[in-house]
Design a protein around this ligand. Structure first.
Ligand code: KIV
Ligand code: NA
Length: 265
């Protein structure tokens, strides 16, 4: 069996071992990541934007995630495979269970879903049925219509709500928590106050691990304004394998993200 399992994540946090995560959508990149020290691979619904060319993640279907999960799962020998529940697939417990079963049968080992609130019941519903869950708080891209855009979350009065939500998703049974676009001190507070590992993207260096979207990590122009936290590791590493090793080293030694790639407040 693979070295990265769900219990191994909690153990990594207890040991202060940083977690290295990247998104991938195909076997070629997944193999390069798996072979060069990436601990977790995410089939992100970001594929709606970076692969399919949409301007949000909302059009992505469960079948789309299943297709990419299947391709990536075939080649992994080491990394734990997490797959996103796309928009609408976690709207009810029944839909979430049905979609999650499809993702696990395609080779995912954990499903990720955005938000707290009514999603706490969804998390419990899945975890009780032996489906490991990763939560995603802060900037939740599936909320783009309500938010009116992609911007930093958890500032000011919203900080306490974010901390409360993080505790609630952990209490509901989530095994991992992605924090996206959150001020460094708030992500640090969440990381200190919950026992499950946090994975940051635009959430500062105090998280238990870091994730980047493949295309951002390779320095590709997304056609959108480049967020502050994005860093071109291909420029630094010189090859895909070199980029992965540069990213993994920087996450593990705490040099990524630096202040330039994080939100101080
Ligand atoms: O879809 C995705 O790629 C994600 C990451 C940004 C965490 O959810
Ligand atoms: Na996502």
């Amino acid at each position: 069996s693979k070295p990265w399992t769900v219990p191994a994540l909690a153990e990594a946090k207890r040991n202060g071992q940083k977690l290295v995560m990247l998104t991938a959508y195909d076997a070629g990149f997944a193999r390069a990541f798996d072979a060069n020290g990436v601990d977790l691979i995410l089939i992100g619904d970001s594929l709606g934007m970076v692969v399919q060319g949409h301007d949000s993640t909302l059009p992505v279907s469960v079948a789309d995630i299943v297709y990419h999960t299947t391709a990536v799962a075939r080649v992994l020998q080491r990394s734990l495979l997490v797959a996103d529940l796309p928009f609408g697939a976690d709207a009810t417990p029944e839909r979430a269970l049905d979609a999650s079963v499809k993702l696990l049968q395609a080779g995912a080992e954990m499903v990720k879903l955005e938000g707290a609130g009514f999603k706490l019941d969804i998390i419990r519903h899945l975890v009780e049925r032996e489906i490991p869950v990763c939560s995603h708080l802060g900037l939740t891209p599936q909320s783009v219509l309500r938010l009116g855009g992609y911007r930093v979350q958890g500032r000011g009065d919203a900080a306490q709500q974010l901390v409360d939500d993080a505790k609630a998703v952990a209490e509901a049974g989530a095994s991992l928590l992605v924090l996206e676009c959150v001020p460094t001190p708030i992500a640090g507070r969440v990381t200190a106050e919950i026992s499950i590992p946090t994975i940051g993207i635009g959430a500062g260096p105090e998280c238990d691990g870091q994730v980047l979207v493949l295309h951002d990590f390779l320095g590709l122009d997304s056609g959108h304004r480049r967020p502050k936290f994005v860093k071109d590791f291909l420029a630094e590493g010189g090859s895909v394998a070199g980029a992965v090793r540069a990213f993994a080293d920087a996450v593990r030694d705490g040099t990524f993200p630096d202040a330039e790639h994080a939100y101080a407040s």
